[in-house]
Write a protein that binds this ligand. Structure first.
Ligand code: MN
Length: 702
């Protein structure tokens, strides 16, 4: 025993040795007792290795290497498939009479200000110039055009020209015929995949690198294709009110390919009752692809009804401000935002409208079905299984399973609205007044990214709810990258997320900056407006959100969730357990590396109150398979796999001597010969083995 004690003290850092020697005798008398194990707990508060938190915390979360991820449209957030989750000249039809009719109509318009609700944050409104050329092509022909036409650049006209001798029907040249000729009868019907062969396949693969999806397959599919009914069969018996609110559907796009965009609009028109559809507002965020200019204008005028309207932005505004422009212009009861590459399922809209009618503070999202980016298959193999939204501390949206507590809250009713901590952001509906009342979007956010988490935290913290509605399903093409550019190549996702954490996460932002130290000192712009809003609305703190809305979220350093955290260091070798830059989304062998001067994400591990040696979502286990685990005398590699509560292979014991013992096999975590970049292993526990002594930076009181 005495020799072990002296060895222990020798092995320690000089600073730590001083702390230790004073109380060494008493403490080391109980050395051989397990202090933290699945079966044993003591109330001993004086861990020999425990540093004062105040002094150490300053060291934490300081600059270090950076790892980048992307979001909603990125494969990281992609739900697994097993889950479910112009050429022609314009017509010159009767310009003079249509424009004067429209002008008359405008005078009947309600003043804009009355459509806005009182609470809305004021923004300078610059009246857009309405040029004469804009709506010359629309004839009224007895059709009511709504009250907000001044706001649009193009309005659909198919209903307006019916029976008109001078209408579009007389055009001799049909510029859309080429697109129609590409369609193969039956291709992709009922959501079936489209397979290509030979040269076409090669061309399609090449185009994948610019379009991020199979544009040739998409072009072969009818604009009106049917998709499978992926709903829970019980949804067919759902009852909805006769007098539901109506929806303004806002679809923003920048340089979207032709067929997905047009199919999205048709899909809404084909799958929605006219009484529920107030309008479809397309917002073109300054696209430069030629098909989105004159050709799109003419297509809307010729093929779509006057419920379809197009707004063209004069500069690139980005997703957030483009959606805001659409929302400002909308006059329906409900705002529904839809991506520009979606296909709607059976009776997709009524569940959303009904829920918002019943719960005006609800942001509701459909279940998002996967449309394959390579075959355009609309997946239908998930049954009624679906996931809801979570987030990572690095500031990314993720899909998570519905927690048992939430299932219990809904009495295991599979059709009930399911509360979701976050939303993916591409598709959601909300009462129009409430959208403005709850702070709309942070319009100082640029281009794309982070706005969905901002909205999610804000809605929950400020009194709203976010729910997934199982009876509403919408398919979405999940693309593996953005087929458009970001102005100035700015990391808008990162900067927007930094704004989000600054405003909404309180102290928990430390966990974001540990993952993104590069953003700690980035200029994220003034947050005064958002802070004032938060104050005025008396929004709840992030801790409330974590405790009440996302209690299963693992907090890497919280006293409630972990015994110890920080770097996991083997002092004799100077090595720390390290991910070696492996991606936590994968299963990987964890390694060891010289301890960084500061705690960086790749060396941050926690010892959880569930006795797991873990990171945010991944836990350490032994061996590739059970044979290897149980082979006595042999050391086994340590792997990181998704955490599962009460998985025996994920249970560890941490002793006061600094051992980390794998409970199932009684093997000890071992630094081995102590080489950088080695895979970490666990071997037979031996007395007085310096390579088996590990301590975390910080221990909470046990
Ligand atoms: Mn999308």
């Amino acid at each position: 025993m005495p020799s072990l004690v002296s060895l222990q003290v020798m092995l320690m850092h000089p600073r730590r040795r001083l702390q230790v020697i004073g109380g060494a005798f008493i403490i080391f008398c109980i050395l051989s007792y397990v202090i933290i194990s699945p079966t044993t707990n003591t109330n001993n508060n004086s861990h020999p290795n425990k540093k004062s938190e105040d002094t150490v915390v300053k060291e934490l979360f300081a600059p270090g290497p950076v790892k980048e991820f992307d979001d909603f449209d990125y494969k990281y957030d992609r739900p697994k498939k097993s889950q479910g989750n112009g050429g022609g000249k314009s017509s010159s039809a009767d310009k003079s009479s249509s424009s004067s009719d429209l002008r008359k109509n405008r005078t009947l318009q309600e003043p804009k200000a009355r459509r806005r609700i009182q609470d809305r944050p004021s923004r300078p409104t610059q009246p857009r110039e309405v040029t004469n050329s804009k709506k010359k092509l629309n004839k009224l022909n007895g059709v009511a055009l709504g009250s907000n036409l001044d706001d649009f650049d193009v309005i659909g006209g198919s209903d307006l020209f019916k029976g008109s001798a001078q209408g579009y029907q007389d055009d001799r040249y049909d510029e859309f015929k080429a697109d129609e000729d590409k369609v193969e009868i039956g291709a992709g019907e009922k959501g079936a995949p489209v397979h290509l062969y030979g040269q076409e396949k090669i061309t399609a693969e090449k185009l994948m690198s610019t379009e991020a999806f199979n544009i040739i397959a998409s072009d072969k599919i009818s604009m009106h294709r049917t998709v499978p009914d992926t709903r829970d069969p019980k949804c067919r018996a759902m009852h909805y009110d006769d007098d539901l609110p109506n929806a303004s559907i806002i679809i923003i796009f920048t340089n979207e390919a032709w067929s997905p965009l047009i199919r999205t609009v048709w899909s809404v028109l084909d799958n929605t009752e006219a009484e529920h559809l107030h309008e479809i507002i397309l917002v073109d965020d300054f696209s430069d692809k030629s098909h989105l200019k004159g050709k799109l204008t003419r297509y809307i005028q010729k093929k779509f009804t006057s419920k379809v309207k197009l707004l063209r932005l004069k500069t690139r505004e980005g997703l957030i401000r483009a959606r805001l422009r659409g929302a400002e212009t909308a006059t329906g009861d409900i705002l529904l935002f839809l991506d520009s590459h979606c296909e709607c399922g059976q009776d997709w809209l009524r569940p959303l409208l009904q829920r918002i009618k019943d719960e005006p503070k609800a942001f509701v999202v459909p279940i998002i079905d996967v449309i394959d980016d390579k075959t355009m298959q609309y997946y239908n193999g998930n049954g009624i299984y679906f996931q809801i939204g979570g987030f990572t501390w690095s500031g990314h949206f993720t899909w998570i399973d519905i927690p048992e507590a939430e299932k219990a809250r809904t009495n295991h009713n599979e059709l009930a609205p399911v509360r979701t901590p976050t939303m993916a952001g591409g598709l959601f509906a909300v009462n129009r007044d409430y959208f403005w009342e709850i702070g709309s979007y942070d319009e100082e956010m640029d281009v794309w990214g982070g706005e969905n988490l901002e909205m999610s935290f804000r809605v929950w913290q400020c009194g709203g709810v976010i729910e997934t509605l199982p009876c509403s399903r919408v398919g979405h093409i999940f693309r593996s990258f953005h087929p458009y550019s970001f102005p100035n190549n700015k990391d808008t996702h990162g900067i927007n997320t930094a704004r989000t954490v600054e405003v909404w996460m309180d102290d928990y932002k430390r966990l974001f900056y540990m993952n993104r130290p590069d953003l700690a000192n980035t200029d994220v712009g003034s947050m005064d407006n958002r802070m004032k809003f938060k104050e005025k609305k008396q929004c709840k703190p992030f801790k409330w959100y974590l405790d009440n809305i996302y209690p299963q979220k693992f907090i890497l350093d919280s006293k409630e969730h972990v015994f110890a955290y920080g770097r996991l260091r083997n002092e004799p070798s100077g090595l720390c357990v390290d991910t070696l830059q492996h991606d936590d989304k994968d299963t990987y062998n964890v390694g060891e590396y010289a301890c960084h001067q500061y705690v960086t994400s790749s060396q941050f591990f926690s010892f959880s109150r569930d006795f797991q040696l873990r990171r945010e979502d991944s836990c350490a286990v032994l061996g590739e398979n059970s044979d290897q685990i149980h082979f006595k005398g042999q050391s086994a590699i340590v792997r990181m796999i998704p955490c599962v509560k009460n998985d025996e292979n994920q249970q560890w014991i941490h002793t006061k001597q600094g051992r980390l013992i794998h409970k199932l096999t009684n093997k000890c975590l071992d630094a081995g010969s102590g080489e950088n970049m080695d895979d970490l292993k666990a071997g037979a526990c031996k007395a007085s083995t310096p390579s088996q002594i590990w301590f975390f930076d910080i221990y909470h009181d046990v």
